[in-house]
Design a protein around this ligand. Structure first.
Ligand SMILES: C[S@@+](CC[C@H](N)C(=O)[O-])C[C@H]1O[C@@H](n2cnc3c(N)ncnc32)[C@H](O)[C@@H]1O
Length: 244
Protein backbone atom coordinates (compact mmCIF):
# COMPACT_ATOMS: atom_id res chain seq x y z
CA UNK A 1 0.00 0.00 0.00
CA UNK A 2 1.38 3.43 -0.93
CA UNK A 3 1.99 6.17 1.64
CA UNK A 4 -0.83 8.22 0.10
CA UNK A 5 -3.29 5.32 0.46
CA UNK A 6 -2.22 4.78 4.07
CA UNK A 7 -2.72 8.47 4.84
CA UNK A 8 -6.22 8.34 3.23
CA UNK A 9 -7.22 5.34 5.36
CA UNK A 10 -5.98 6.89 8.58
CA UNK A 11 -7.84 10.15 7.74
CA UNK A 12 -10.98 8.11 7.02
CA UNK A 13 -10.67 6.34 10.40
CA UNK A 14 -10.16 9.68 12.15
CA UNK A 15 -13.34 11.09 10.56
CA UNK A 16 -15.41 7.98 11.36
CA UNK A 17 -14.11 7.97 14.93
CA UNK A 18 -14.88 11.65 15.42
CA UNK A 19 -18.36 11.53 13.93
CA UNK A 20 -19.55 8.15 15.28
CA UNK A 21 -21.45 9.87 18.12
CA UNK A 22 -21.19 13.53 17.07
CA UNK A 23 -23.33 12.95 13.99
CA UNK A 24 -26.39 12.65 16.24
CA UNK A 25 -26.01 16.21 17.53
CA UNK A 26 -24.20 17.63 14.48
CA UNK A 27 -27.05 19.55 12.82
CA UNK A 28 -28.26 21.05 16.08
CA UNK A 29 -24.85 22.25 17.26
CA UNK A 30 -23.33 23.35 13.93
CA UNK A 31 -26.14 25.71 13.05
CA UNK A 32 -24.68 28.13 15.62
CA UNK A 33 -21.27 28.39 14.01
CA UNK A 34 -21.16 27.14 10.40
CA UNK A 35 -22.33 30.42 8.88
CA UNK A 36 -22.81 31.12 5.18
CA UNK A 37 -24.19 27.72 4.23
CA UNK A 38 -27.70 29.00 3.50
CA UNK A 39 -26.35 31.91 1.42
CA UNK A 40 -24.29 29.44 -0.60
CA UNK A 41 -27.38 27.29 -1.19
CA UNK A 42 -29.59 30.23 -2.21
CA UNK A 43 -27.00 31.22 -4.84
CA UNK A 44 -26.93 27.77 -6.49
CA UNK A 45 -29.76 28.57 -8.89
CA UNK A 46 -30.16 24.88 -9.74
CA UNK A 47 -33.01 24.47 -12.23
CA UNK A 48 -34.74 21.40 -13.60
CA UNK A 49 -32.36 18.49 -14.23
CA UNK A 50 -29.37 20.38 -12.85
CA UNK A 51 -26.93 17.93 -11.23
CA UNK A 52 -25.70 19.07 -7.79
CA UNK A 53 -22.93 17.23 -5.93
CA UNK A 54 -21.91 18.01 -2.36
CA UNK A 55 -18.34 16.93 -1.55
CA UNK A 56 -18.06 16.16 2.18
CA UNK A 57 -21.85 16.20 2.55
CA UNK A 58 -21.79 14.99 6.17
CA UNK A 59 -25.27 14.47 7.64
CA UNK A 60 -26.97 15.62 4.42
CA UNK A 61 -28.18 18.86 6.03
CA UNK A 62 -27.23 20.93 2.98
CA UNK A 63 -28.51 18.41 0.42
CA UNK A 64 -31.89 18.34 2.18
CA UNK A 65 -32.12 22.14 2.00
CA UNK A 66 -30.94 22.19 -1.64
CA UNK A 67 -33.74 19.71 -2.42
CA UNK A 68 -36.27 22.00 -0.74
CA UNK A 69 -35.04 25.14 -2.54
CA UNK A 70 -34.54 23.44 -5.92
CA UNK A 71 -36.94 20.47 -6.04
CA UNK A 72 -36.21 19.66 -9.69
CA UNK A 73 -32.43 19.37 -9.26
CA UNK A 74 -30.73 15.95 -9.15
CA UNK A 75 -28.78 15.46 -5.93
CA UNK A 76 -25.53 13.61 -5.22
CA UNK A 77 -23.32 13.46 -2.14
CA UNK A 78 -19.99 11.96 -1.14
CA UNK A 79 -18.18 11.74 2.16
CA UNK A 80 -15.17 9.85 3.45
CA UNK A 81 -17.08 8.94 6.62
CA UNK A 82 -19.56 6.08 6.33
CA UNK A 83 -20.87 7.15 9.76
CA UNK A 84 -21.86 10.58 8.42
CA UNK A 85 -23.40 9.05 5.31
CA UNK A 86 -25.61 6.81 7.49
CA UNK A 87 -27.18 9.99 8.91
CA UNK A 88 -27.44 11.53 5.43
CA UNK A 89 -29.13 8.42 4.01
CA UNK A 90 -31.68 8.37 6.85
CA UNK A 91 -32.45 12.08 6.45
CA UNK A 92 -32.72 12.11 2.66
CA UNK A 93 -34.94 9.05 2.45
CA UNK A 94 -37.66 10.66 4.61
CA UNK A 95 -41.02 11.23 2.94
CA UNK A 96 -41.23 14.45 0.98
CA UNK A 97 -37.47 14.82 0.62
CA UNK A 98 -35.70 14.90 -2.74
CA UNK A 99 -33.69 11.67 -2.83
CA UNK A 100 -29.91 11.81 -3.30
CA UNK A 101 -27.36 9.29 -4.54
CA UNK A 102 -24.72 8.92 -1.80
CA UNK A 103 -21.25 7.36 -1.97
CA UNK A 104 -18.33 6.88 0.40
CA UNK A 105 -15.39 8.50 -1.40
CA UNK A 106 -12.34 10.68 -0.86
CA UNK A 107 -12.72 14.30 -1.99
CA UNK A 108 -9.19 14.29 -3.37
CA UNK A 109 -9.58 11.34 -5.72
CA UNK A 110 -13.27 10.90 -6.68
CA UNK A 111 -14.49 10.88 -10.27
CA UNK A 112 -18.02 11.67 -11.56
CA UNK A 113 -18.38 8.17 -13.02
CA UNK A 114 -18.68 6.90 -9.44
CA UNK A 115 -22.22 8.29 -9.76
CA UNK A 116 -22.63 7.35 -13.44
CA UNK A 117 -22.42 11.04 -14.42
CA UNK A 118 -20.10 12.69 -16.97
CA UNK A 119 -19.74 15.69 -14.64
CA UNK A 120 -21.78 18.01 -12.42
CA UNK A 121 -23.45 21.36 -13.03
CA UNK A 122 -22.96 22.50 -9.42
CA UNK A 123 -20.46 21.25 -6.86
CA UNK A 124 -20.69 22.36 -3.23
CA UNK A 125 -17.89 22.09 -0.67
CA UNK A 126 -19.12 23.44 2.64
CA UNK A 127 -16.87 23.50 5.72
CA UNK A 128 -14.96 20.46 4.49
CA UNK A 129 -11.79 21.93 2.94
CA UNK A 130 -10.71 22.99 6.44
CA UNK A 131 -10.78 19.30 7.43
CA UNK A 132 -9.17 17.76 4.35
CA UNK A 133 -5.37 17.52 4.65
CA UNK A 134 -4.82 17.75 0.86
CA UNK A 135 -7.44 20.50 0.43
CA UNK A 136 -5.87 21.79 -2.80
CA UNK A 137 -6.16 18.25 -4.23
CA UNK A 138 -9.87 18.35 -3.32
CA UNK A 139 -10.29 21.65 -5.19
CA UNK A 140 -8.55 20.15 -8.25
CA UNK A 141 -10.75 17.03 -8.18
CA UNK A 142 -13.89 19.20 -7.93
CA UNK A 143 -12.83 21.49 -10.79
CA UNK A 144 -12.08 18.44 -12.94
CA UNK A 145 -15.58 17.11 -12.19
CA UNK A 146 -17.42 20.27 -13.32
CA UNK A 147 -19.43 20.24 -16.53
CA UNK A 148 -18.68 23.12 -18.97
CA UNK A 149 -20.63 26.14 -17.70
CA UNK A 150 -20.81 24.57 -14.23
CA UNK A 151 -19.80 26.16 -10.93
CA UNK A 152 -18.02 25.19 -7.73
CA UNK A 153 -19.44 26.78 -4.54
CA UNK A 154 -17.28 26.91 -1.42
CA UNK A 155 -18.05 28.03 2.14
CA UNK A 156 -15.55 27.68 4.97
CA UNK A 157 -13.91 29.40 7.90
CA UNK A 158 -12.10 32.59 6.94
CA UNK A 159 -9.19 34.18 8.75
CA UNK A 160 -11.44 36.24 11.10
CA UNK A 161 -9.41 39.14 9.72
CA UNK A 162 -11.64 41.89 11.14
CA UNK A 163 -12.47 40.26 14.45
CA UNK A 164 -10.58 40.77 17.73
CA UNK A 165 -7.33 38.78 18.00
CA UNK A 166 -8.49 37.23 21.29
CA UNK A 167 -11.62 35.85 19.58
CA UNK A 168 -9.50 34.51 16.73
CA UNK A 169 -7.13 32.71 19.14
CA UNK A 170 -10.00 31.16 21.08
CA UNK A 171 -11.79 30.02 17.93
CA UNK A 172 -8.61 28.54 16.45
CA UNK A 173 -7.74 26.49 19.51
CA UNK A 174 -11.31 25.22 19.73
CA UNK A 175 -11.36 24.28 16.00
CA UNK A 176 -8.08 22.38 16.36
CA UNK A 177 -9.84 19.96 18.70
CA UNK A 178 -12.07 19.02 15.75
CA UNK A 179 -9.18 18.69 13.24
CA UNK A 180 -10.23 21.95 11.56
CA UNK A 181 -7.65 24.30 10.00
CA UNK A 182 -8.98 27.41 8.22
CA UNK A 183 -7.17 27.65 4.85
CA UNK A 184 -5.41 30.98 4.76
CA UNK A 185 -4.53 30.72 1.06
CA UNK A 186 -7.95 29.50 -0.09
CA UNK A 187 -8.72 32.53 -2.27
CA UNK A 188 -5.19 32.58 -3.79
CA UNK A 189 -5.41 28.87 -4.63
CA UNK A 190 -8.77 29.40 -6.37
CA UNK A 191 -7.60 32.56 -8.16
CA UNK A 192 -4.54 30.75 -9.52
CA UNK A 193 -6.71 27.96 -10.92
CA UNK A 194 -9.23 30.44 -12.37
CA UNK A 195 -6.38 32.27 -14.10
CA UNK A 196 -4.93 29.07 -15.59
CA UNK A 197 -8.33 27.74 -16.73
CA UNK A 198 -9.91 30.98 -17.97
CA UNK A 199 -12.57 30.69 -15.26
CA UNK A 200 -14.39 33.45 -13.35
CA UNK A 201 -14.06 33.69 -9.59
CA UNK A 202 -16.33 35.46 -7.08
CA UNK A 203 -15.18 35.71 -3.49
CA UNK A 204 -16.32 37.46 -0.35
CA UNK A 205 -15.97 37.43 3.39
CA UNK A 206 -18.93 37.50 5.78
CA UNK A 207 -19.11 38.26 9.51
CA UNK A 208 -15.89 40.32 9.46
CA UNK A 209 -13.97 37.43 7.96
CA UNK A 210 -15.52 34.75 10.17
CA UNK A 211 -16.44 32.81 7.01
CA UNK A 212 -15.39 32.97 3.39
CA UNK A 213 -17.53 32.22 0.35
CA UNK A 214 -16.28 31.61 -3.18
CA UNK A 215 -17.84 30.65 -6.51
CA UNK A 216 -15.64 29.33 -9.32
CA UNK A 217 -17.39 29.42 -12.73
CA UNK A 218 -16.07 27.06 -15.39
CA UNK A 219 -16.57 28.67 -18.83
CA UNK A 220 -19.18 27.15 -21.14
CA UNK A 221 -17.96 25.10 -24.13
CA UNK A 222 -18.81 28.04 -26.44
CA UNK A 223 -16.83 30.52 -24.31
CA UNK A 224 -13.83 28.14 -24.23
CA UNK A 225 -13.99 27.81 -28.01
CA UNK A 226 -14.03 31.61 -28.43
CA UNK A 227 -11.07 32.00 -26.08
CA UNK A 228 -9.01 29.19 -27.60
CA UNK A 229 -10.37 27.86 -30.93
CA UNK A 230 -7.40 25.52 -31.46
CA UNK A 231 -7.86 23.80 -28.10
CA UNK A 232 -11.61 23.49 -28.72
CA UNK A 233 -10.90 21.82 -32.07
CA UNK A 234 -8.54 19.39 -30.38
CA UNK A 235 -11.22 18.57 -27.81
CA UNK A 236 -13.81 18.06 -30.56
CA UNK A 237 -11.83 15.74 -32.79
CA UNK A 238 -9.48 14.11 -30.31
CA UNK A 239 -5.83 15.12 -30.17
CA UNK A 240 -4.68 12.32 -32.47
CA UNK A 241 -6.81 13.59 -35.40
CA UNK A 242 -5.01 16.95 -35.53
CA UNK A 243 -1.67 17.01 -37.34
CA UNK A 244 1.15 18.49 -35.26
C1 LIG B 1 -17.57 19.90 9.11
S1 LIG B 1 -18.26 18.60 8.19
C2 LIG B 1 -19.23 19.51 6.96
C3 LIG B 1 -20.47 18.76 6.57
C4 LIG B 1 -21.41 19.54 5.63
N1 LIG B 1 -20.75 19.83 4.40
C5 LIG B 1 -21.91 20.81 6.27
O1 LIG B 1 -21.73 21.90 5.72
O2 LIG B 1 -22.56 20.70 7.33
C6 LIG B 1 -16.89 18.03 7.19
C7 LIG B 1 -17.22 16.76 6.43
O3 LIG B 1 -16.14 16.51 5.53
C8 LIG B 1 -15.91 15.12 5.50
N2 LIG B 1 -14.55 14.87 5.01
C9 LIG B 1 -13.39 15.11 5.64
N3 LIG B 1 -12.35 14.74 4.86
C10 LIG B 1 -12.87 14.26 3.71
C11 LIG B 1 -12.31 13.72 2.51
N4 LIG B 1 -10.98 13.62 2.34
N5 LIG B 1 -13.14 13.33 1.53
C12 LIG B 1 -14.49 13.42 1.69
N6 LIG B 1 -15.09 13.91 2.79
C13 LIG B 1 -14.28 14.33 3.80
C14 LIG B 1 -16.14 14.69 6.95
O4 LIG B 1 -16.35 13.30 7.08
C15 LIG B 1 -17.36 15.53 7.31
O5 LIG B 1 -18.55 14.86 7.02
Amino acid sequence: MSGVEQAEISHQRRMDHMYRYQRHVYDLTRKYYLFGRDTLIRDLNAGAGCSVLEVGCGTGRNLALIGTCFPRARLFGLDISAEMLASAAAKLSRRGRTPAMLRVADATSFEPRLFGEPGFDRIVISYSLSMIPDWQGAIDAAIAALNPGGSLHIADFGQQERLPASFRRLLRSWLTRFHVTPRESLFEALAERARCNGAQLERRAIGRGYAWLAVYHRPSAAASARANPAAALLEDRGAAAIPA
